[in-house]
Design a protein around this ligand. Structure first.
Ligand SMILES: [Zn+2]
Length: 300
């Protein structure tokens, strides 16, 4: 027999039987968990947004500093180029004595330091004040602490020395090749221009990029130490798609303010790659040339 249509409909308007107590409790518990989860996710999202704003603002300032530093490096390379070209005009070429056309290493260092050192000091002072303000302490960063002295004496001086050694090495090789082939002064000058052309286009940018990150983060780290209120620091990786795997691995790592993130002998592994920490303990970025990471202060 066929079921009448009306009856068939009625079947659907009967309310479902009440749920057993246990099921209701379970449901409430789940709802509570879900709201807790949502609140955690919202907090995480806020923290992520805050971090993103933090590195965007860091990178914006770093890009500006980088452009200023590129300009300084190019000026110095330009002065050095003019000096070598003048020497080629004024001195007699003697085979095997290429370095006679080059300024002395010490003199090159003095010229670099004369322009670079005031820039570094000014940058540390500015970032130091910003960072002390950020952690609500205010005031100026001290430039005469042992950590500062050691940074200027070893890091900055070593950097300048290495830059000039590279320049001299490249020039000496070019001139030696030119002399060996008995080239004329105009041709030797072209070789010198080639070395400084590369310095202008490639080396100035590379130096400015890595040193901006180093000086900025050194200043931030020192300001946090000097503040007396920052107890720890967090590694913040700029997630612009250009970051290195090792920086991704360090992202979010928190260490005491005076401690390094990684030590000599440590190996960072990730994405099937490895990075061995060889030269020195790393207390602040950069971790590698071209690194664009920074620090977040942890105030407890
Ligand atoms: Zn990095």
């Amino acid at each position: 027999m066929k079921v009448p249509r009306l009856l068939e409909k009625k079947k659907y308007i009967i309310p479902p039987p009440p749920e057993p107590i246990e099921k209701l409790t379970l449901k409430n518990a789940l709802a509570k968990d879900i709201s807790k989860l949502i609140s955690t996710l919202v907090k995480q999202k806020e923290a992520e947004d805050h971090k993103k704003d933090y590195w965007l603002s860091f990178i914006e300032k770093a890009n500006k500093t980088e452009r200023e530093l590129i300009k300084i490096a190019r000026e110095i390379f330009g002065d050095q180029e003019a000096e070598v070209l003048r020497n080629l005009d004024n001195q007699k070429a003697i085979k095997g004595k290429e370095t006679q056309f080059l300024p002395k290493l010490a003199a090159m260092n003095v010229i670099w330091l004369a322009k670079f050192l005031p820039f570094v000091k000014e940058l540390i002072t500015k970032i130091g004040a910003d960072k002390l303000e950020e952690v609500k302490v205010g005031g100026q960063i001290q430039l005469t602490t042992p950590a500062m002295t050691s940074f200027f004496k070893y890091k900055v001086a070593a950097l300048v020395k290495n830059i000039n050694k590279t320049t001299r090495k490249q020039l000496a090789k070019e001139l030696a090749d030119g002399f060996a082939q008995g080239e004329s002064i105009p041709n030797l000058k072209k070789r010198v221009q080639k070395v400084f052309g590369h310095a202008d286009k490639v080396r100035a940018t590379n130096i400015a990029r890595t040193e901006t990150i180093r000086i900025s983060n050194f200043a931030a780290n020192q300001a946090y130490i000097q503040s007396g209120v920052v107890t720890a620091k967090e590694w913040l990786t700029t997630k612009d798609g250009r970051q290195d795997f090792a920086c991704d691995e360090l992202d979010g790592k928190i260490v005491e303010i005076n401690k390094p993130f990684v030590r000599v002998g440590d190996t960072i592994t990730g994405e099937g790659q490895e990075m061995n920490i060889e030269v020195e303990n790393v207390g602040y970025p950069p971790l590698h040339p071209g690194c664009r990471c920074t620090l977040i202060p942890v105030v407890l």
